[in-house]
Write a protein that binds this ligand. Structure first.
Ligand code: SAH
Length: 340
């Protein structure tokens, strides 16, 4: 059965016309979904007979809050959300000076197998639909009674391994009749599926691309990220350079500092060389590792030295603030614990 909240506005209009209803009804439904309303009984501008007719022909896939964990250290809240088939996913809400940011999931689990990441421990269960991705933003907006200003696709899953649904979601969340969130307020983070980076560059959506680089060479990167065997560093970087050329947006490179593996000054030099003449920014992450990984975070002196070395080489670099460390806010840690 087709779920109405997975459709674009145009597809929704076609669906309504197929059951003999006028197009403008599509706009009404589209607005309800953007507000996180998926219970037909709450759609007050649709008559009961119409709702019955609609929902005997079509489905709707809700996302509901199962549990909320609030950090005591900062204003971060982590949500465990339930999908209609009982699967659980995670989203995080972070309050910054410039507004409310949400970090959302794109898949149940993940296939990518990165050594340091909890989301991938039990593999990929399924892709989220476009409606379920939007449903997370809408559910958090409702739970917090606040307007979401920024979205990061950095929760559970690899967004570019669910390309079609993610692109539909991006179009819907950006739509003026939907949540109307600007592309420049949206970031998508990928482990580096180079082919899909080229596809994304063609979409003409000026979102920010984040690339989880974590190493400047194949030797280190292949040890911690299996995706590197298919798309080695040189192939990934060619795709990144094309993305910058096509969109004129700078890329953000994520770099988790791991003790003794990728945190030496030589490695910093190599990273600076790799990124030379590329419009980009490096985000250093003092990591929260799952015990299963056997990896250790770099000490704060190593983090500071690595940062300084990149600065010396004229690379834009920041160290990510650690928010929500006390609530398992790194992706996949919460879901793993609840299903474990
Ligand atoms: N699959 C996408 C998005 C989800 S992961 C990607 O790989 O980018 C989001 C970010 O969190 C990535 O940069 C990822 O490498 C990082 N991450 C994963 N596990 C982490 C951990 N234990 N500590 C810190 N960051 C982690």
């Amino acid at each position: 059965m087709i779920n109405l909240n997975d459709l674009t506005l145009g597809q929704l209009e076609d669906a309504l016309q197929s059951i003999g209803e006028p197009k403008y009804r599509a706009g009404q439904l589209f607005k309800w979904f953007a507000r996180g309303v998926t219970d037909p009984d709450d759609m007050s501008d649709l008559s009961k007979p119409l709702r019955e007719k609609l929902f005997s022909s079509f489905g709707i896939a809700p996302v509901t809050v199962e549990q909320c964990f609030a950090s005591k250290a900062d204003d971060t809240k982590k949500y465990l959300l339930r999908l209609s088939d009982g699967n659980l996913i995670e989203s995080v809400a972070m309050h910054y000076k410039h507004g409310l940011s949400v970090c959302i999931s794109t898949q149940v689990g993940c296939l990518m197998g990165c050594e340091f990441c909890a989301s991938t421990l039990s593999g990929r269960v399924r892709n989220l639909t476009a409606g379920e991705i939007l449903g997370q933003v809408a559910a958090l907006q409702r739970a917090l009674s606040a307007r979401v200003s920024n979205i990061v696709l950095m929760g559970i899953g690899e967004p570019l391994d669910n390309f079609g649904n993610v692109v539909t979601f991006l179009k819907n969340v950006n739509h003026p009749q939907g949540m109307n969130i600007g592309y420049r307020h949206i970031s998508l983070s990928t482990c580096g599926i180079a082919d899909r980076i080229y596809d994304l560059a063609k979409q003409n959506m000026p979102i920010t691309l984040s690339v989880s680089l974590h190493a400047p060479n194949d030797g280190i990167r292949s040890r911690i990220m299996p995706v590197n065997k298919k798309y080695p560093v040189a192939v990934l970087m060619a795709a990144c350079r094309e993305y910058v050329k096509a969109t004129n947006r700078r890329i953000s490179f994520e770099y988790i500092l791991i003790d003794g593996l990728n945190d030496s000054l030589d490695t910093a030099d190599e990273l600076a060389g790799l990124l030379r003449n590329l419009q980009c920014h490096v985000n250093l992450i003092p990591a929260n590792f799952v015990p299963e990984s056997g990896l250790k975070k770099s000490c704060s002196a190593a983090v500071a030295a690595f940062k300084k070395r990149l600065e010396l080489r004229r690379i834009n670099v920041t160290v990510r603030r650690e928010l929500g460390a006390d609530i398992d806010a790194s992706c996949g840690q919460l879901r793993q614990r609840h299903s474990g």
